[in-house]
Design a protein around this ligand. Structure first.
Ligand code: DAH
Length: 348
């Protein structure tokens, strides 16, 4: 075989080899075999020394032509592989715009706060203000100014968390503590219409209906000529807005140190309409809150002359209202952060 034939043979072998190449790795190997410094074409060039002088020219041309052709084939293959890779990638990464999107799952308000918001709205509509109480109270505001002196047996009704080493500080056992603040703060004395939603704390053992921490909404009205008729009208309106137009209320006499007279208020059962069912334990009525006319002693201690002023107050449990309203069976569900608990309350 002449040197020239040898050059042509190397070229043909290269052109044939490149046809079978299907990926970048193989193409790299091909480059190493033929076009790199130690590749077959460079090896051909190295043979120049062995070529008789009269053939050097033609041989040189043949090898250059071979190199050019192989380089071209290489570049074409390189471009073809790149194109293939791109279209493969595009096909793999294409998105189906008709698939339903993944929604981000919006947050929801816990039913505890839904009830507070709703009750607050009802009272704001009636011209009440919203007072902000404090969770850490003094014995004075939580008990004494509400007519519960230190040795009074009614303290036993509310097992209390006292704050050790802080004198008479405690976690308030009732939002009623806001009453004394509101009355004492007003100077000169002006009429009061307020509600105060917030938390209260008692040393209860937690069970399905008791929690050491729970929500209350306090209501206090002080003005001239306030009678129990005003209390009843307000409660009726509140209950109808909260539990439905058909609901009625019933007052039973009760005892709270800070009200005189005191009442427990029942609402006609919204489950059975009053006929008697498991929810109302067959009575047709469900107890929802405690209320009464502000005790004249409390008015006096808080600087309101009971000869001139009178008032009413009530306190309602937030979880209790939510449990009745939504049929929640266990108070502990409000606090355990299980998102499934929130689902049924979407949009309520
Ligand atoms: N503070 C009472 C309790 O926690 C509830 C209550 C009863 C509040 C009668 C009042 C009221 O304002 O007048 O049990």
């Amino acid at each position: 075989m002449s040197f020239i034939d040898e050059a042509i043979a190397v070229k043909e072998k290269a052109i044939a080899a490149i046809q079978d190449i299907k990926d970048k790795m193989a193409l790299q190997a091909f480059f190493a075999d033929y076009l790199a410094k130690k590749g077959a074409i460079s090896v051909l060039m190295g043979k120049m020394r062995e070529i008789p002088p009269e053939e050097k020219g033609r041989f040189g041309q043949a090898v250059n032509a071979a190199r050019k052709e192989v380089e071209e084939a290489y570049r074409e293959k390189e471009a073809a592989l790149a194109k293939e890779e791109l279209s493969k990638k595009l096909a793999e990464e294409s998105i189906d715009v008709t698939l339903p999107g993944r929604s981000a799952g919006s947050g929801r308000i816990n039913p505890f706060y839904q009830i507070i918001d709703e009750v607050t709205d009802i009272f704001l509509d009636m011209g009440y203000e919203v007072a902000e109480g404090r969770d850490v109270e003094s014995d004075l505001y939580n008990f004494e100014l509400l007519n519960v002196p230190k040795d009074h047996p009614s303290r036993d009704m509310q097992d209390t968390f006292y704050i050790e080493g802080e004198g008479d500080l405690l976690l308030r056992t009732q939002t009623s503590a806001v009453q004394a603040h509101a009355m004492l703060e007003r100077n000169p004395k002006t009429p009061i219409r307020l509600i105060c939603p917030g938390k209260a704390y008692r040393r209860d053992d937690d069970d399905m209906t008791h929690s050491h921490q729970f929500g209350q909404i306090e209501c206090l009205v002080v003005d001239r000529n306030i009678s129990i008729a005003n209390l009843k009208a307000t409660l009726e309106l509140f209950v109808k807005k909260m539990f439905g137009e058909k609901r009625e209320i019933r007052m039973r006499s009760s005892y709270f140190p800070f009200t005189e007279p005191s009442v427990e208020v029942d609402v006609s059962c919204f489950n059975c309409g009053g006929k008697g069912c498991s929810m109302c334990k067959g009575t047709g009525w469900i107890e929802i809150l405690g209320a009464g006319m502000v005790n004249p002693k409390v008015l006096e201690m808080c600087g309101y002359d009971p000869k001139e002023w009178s008032g009413y107050a009530f306190g309602v449990g937030v979880e209790r209202v939510a449990m009745l309203r939504y049929g929640i069976d266990d108070i502990r569900r409000f606090y355990i952060d299980d998102l499934r608990f929130l689902d049924p309350f979407v949009g309520k």
